[in-house]
Structure formats: C-alpha cells, structure tokens
Design a protein around this ligand. Structure first.
Ligand code: TTP
Ligand code: MG
Length: 403
C-alpha cells in the first residue's frame, strides 16, 4: 500500500518565535545564539532569520563570525522555554491527525498520514490543515513536504521555504529528485560531495545514471548502494511514531486579557474538566499536571505538580492547579491572556485503583465521571457540567481552545 508521509519543519524557528513576540524585529536580521560580546564572544549561532542569512549568517557558525558578517544584526540569547512551548503546541496539532509522529527536533517531525485519510481527506488536504493548525496554534509558519517516503518528504519540505508545501506525486520521486543538487542526498556531506562532483556528479540524476561499479570504486560498495537507492527514491524506513500522545492539554485564550478572578477560576475548572474527560476517553490517567499562564505581552510561565495517585478526575487536577493560579495572581499584577492545563506522565486508567485508600469514594467519582461522559457523548459536549461550571451569568469568555 502506498504510504502518505509528511515532513513538517518550522521556518527560521527560534528567530520566528522572537519576531512573533517582538513585532518590531519583523524582517530584521535576527541572530539567536551565544553572546557575541562585541565580536569577542565564544559559542555559536543557533539560528538566524532569513534577513540575517542574506549576510551569510548560518546555524552552527561561530558567533564572532556572525558579528563580522552582520554587525547590524539583532543578537538575542536562546530562550528555550518559549521555543519548547511552541514545539509542544505544534506537536499537539500533529497528534490531532495521527499518533504516528516521529519528532526529529523541536521544530521538525515526520507524520505517517496513511491511515488518517478516511478521517481527514487526501494527503494534500491534511497537509493544508496541518499547516493551518500550526499557524492557528502558534502564529508561526512551517513548511511541509508530502510524499510516499521519508527521504522524499523531507527533501520536499525544504524546497519552498518559508510557508511552503511541496507534494511529490506517487511514483514521481525519481523524476522529482533528478534535477536537485547532489548535496541534498542524505549521507552526502563535506567529504563525499567533492568526490562526487569530481566524477561529474552534480545532481541526484547524475548519480542515478552513474554505473554502480564505478561509483563503488570511489566511495565504497555500501555507500554506493545506499546512494543509488535513494536516487531512485527508494526509502522503506517507517515513521517511528509513538503510539500514544505524551500529554493531553487544553488552553483558552481570553478575548480580552483579564484579571477577573471568577472568570479565571471558572475557566481553569473548565479546562481541568475537559482534560480529565479526554484522559478518560483515552483510558488514561495522569501522573503530572501542568498549569500554563500567559500574561499580557506574551510572557509565559508554567508550574507542575505530581499527582499521587494518578487521576483522570477534573477536581483532582483543579486541586493542584488552582493554588498555582492564585499564587501567580498574587505575585504578578498583569492581566492574564491565556490559561492552559495539561496532563502528562500518562498511564492506563485503572492501574492504581487498588492503591487508593478511599476506594469507595473514588469509585463513586468514577461512576459520576462515566455518567457525565455518557450524557455528553450522547447529547453533545457541554450538555452536563459540574455545577460550579454553570457559573455566574454575564461572564463571557471565548473558548478558542487548542485541541
Ligand atoms: P532548523 O529547522 O535547521 O532551522 P530553522 O528552523 O531556524 O530554519 P529553516 O527555516 O531553515 O528550517 O533548526 C530548527 C531550530 O533548531 C533552529 O531555529 C535553531 C535550532 N538549531 C540550533 O540550535 N543549532 C543548529 O545547528 C541548528 C541547525 C538548529
Ligand atoms: Mg526549521
């Protein structure tokens, strides 16, 4: 059966997050990495915005060199917490389409969409939806490649950056690869590229046409065989997806930033109920819960707590995150832009029932949850809610939740 593999890679990732959060940097040469110390700094460039790349600045380059190439650049330190957050959000989008997601780095993943066609439409439609979902969740663009194998998909995603989408038609891989520079072939690097170019092999098509024996004499039999297979667009490696999501989370961005405590608390409760509901639907319980608070201006904080025993019950999640929210509000006077709750350290539900001391009440709560889930499944989400969520009239908040 022909596979449908997508490769998705964020555009100028770290730099894009910085430009999103500091709009005056938009379009400027932004260089993320070590402190350049007026040209004396050690360390390297993590990434550079496309404007900075025009000056020759590249990932992995010594930061001093970047300073020389682009002294007018805006140099910023790596702010991993914010990039990791964006990474988590894009992975949540991926998980909506398939559990077969192989993350290669914070900003890049393979998705096996073969089995998702029935639910979400053609590969092209899914790739478009994924790109849209990533943008809606993060306000960042990505580039995607769609093909029948990983090598083709990854090669394709790189061709039309930024915000690109390149589809390699099934059976058209060899033709697609032929005109591309030989350096794009996986495994061709600093050492082998000059050797191949000396043989007159400048494109992948040149290598495809080159006799195997002659190639093997120059680069060894193994590499020659591997390169020839890739040039024919043969790549059977599976997407090494994790079968289950690592976390289940939900967020709410307020229509207007708010410090209205009843609104914040009822939102938090709703988030906890929803996460718990999704845990139960997936027959999971959580060993950890994380609260995310984003204040006006996009500064984002998270706090975590362990759940012992594990739980799939909304009030148990709330009991942990509510004091965290109160503490945030006490220590910070700004308004809140977004609240998020996520459950992680997931285990199969039931695993710890015997360990609970108060088993009777635990069972009753589980039964109440089951009833609530059943009614909501029958009559639509939100038909039944815990009483506290029915909430005071006159408070409206948008439920622009990320899934
Ligand atoms: P890449 O996807 O390689 O680069 P990018 O997203 O910045 O740009 P492109 O649009 O070309 O994909 O890497 C993703 C992030 O990983 C990048 O923003 C910073 C980080 N990174 C490093 O820290 N060091 C490195 O050497 C590379 C290559 C990336
Ligand atoms: Mg990238």
């Amino acid at each position: 059966m022909t596979r449908i593999i997508a490769h998705v890679d964020m555009d100028q990732f770290y730099a894009a997050v910085e430009m999103r959060d500091h709009p005056h940097l938009q379009g400027k040469p932004v260089i993320i990495g070590s402190d350049p110390k007026q040209g004396q700094g050690r360390g390297v460039v993590s990434t550079a915005s496309y404007a900075a790349r025009k000056f020759g600045v590249r990932s992995g380059q010594p930061i001093r060199q970047a300073w020389q190439l682009c002294p007018q650049g805006v140099f910023l330190p790596v702010d991993m917490e914010r990039y990791a957050l964006a990474s988590q959000q894009i992975h949540q989008v991926f998980q909506r389409f398939t559990p077969m997601v192989e993350a290669l780095s914070l900003d890049e993943a393979f998705l096996d969409l073969t089995a998702s066609q029935k639910l979400f439409g053609s590969g092209l439609e899914m790739a478009q939806q994924i790109k849209r979902g990533v943008f809606e969740a993060t306000r960042l663009t990505c580039s995607a490649g769609l093909a029948e194998n990983k090598f083709l998909a990854k090669t394709a995603s790189d061709l039309r950056k930024p915000d690109g989408l390149v589809v390699v038609p099934t059976g058209g891989g060899r033709e697609f690869l032929a005109p591309l520079a030989i350096g794009r072939l996986w495994g061709v690097g600093e050492h082998s590229e000059p050797v191949l170019r000396n043989l007159g092999i400048n494109t992948i098509g040149d290598l495809d046409a080159y006799p195997l024996d002659a190639l093997a004499r120059h680069i060894g039999a193994r590499a020659a065989q591997d390169f020839k297979a890739l040039a024919r667009a043969e790549d059977v490696r599976p997407v090494e997806g994790s079968v289950a999501a690592q976390s289940i989370g939900r967020e709410n961005t307020f229509e207007e930033d708010s410090r209205h405590a009843p609104l914040l608390r009822s939102t938090l409760m709703e988030l906890c109920e929803d996460v718990a509901h999704r845990l139960r639907r997936e027959q999971k319980e959580a060993g950890r819960v994380t609260l995310k608070v984003r204040f006006t201006g996009f500064e984002t904080h998270t706090r975590q707590a362990l759940l012992k025993p594990g739980t799939a019950h909304g009030p148990d999640l709330l009991a942990q995150v509510r004091p965290m929210l109160d503490a945030f509000l006490q220590s910070d006077a700004r308004k809140v832009r977004l609240l998020g709750v996520s459950a992680s350290a997931l285990k199969p539900l039931q695993a710890q029932v015997q360990l609970t001391l108060d088993e009777g009440s635990q069972q009753r709560r589980r039964l109440a949850d089951v009833a609530l889930d059943a009614v909501n499944a029958r009559f639509g989400e939100g038909t039944l809610k815990p009483a506290a969520l029915v909430g005071p009239k006159g408070i409206r908040h948008r439920t622009g939740f990320s899934k």
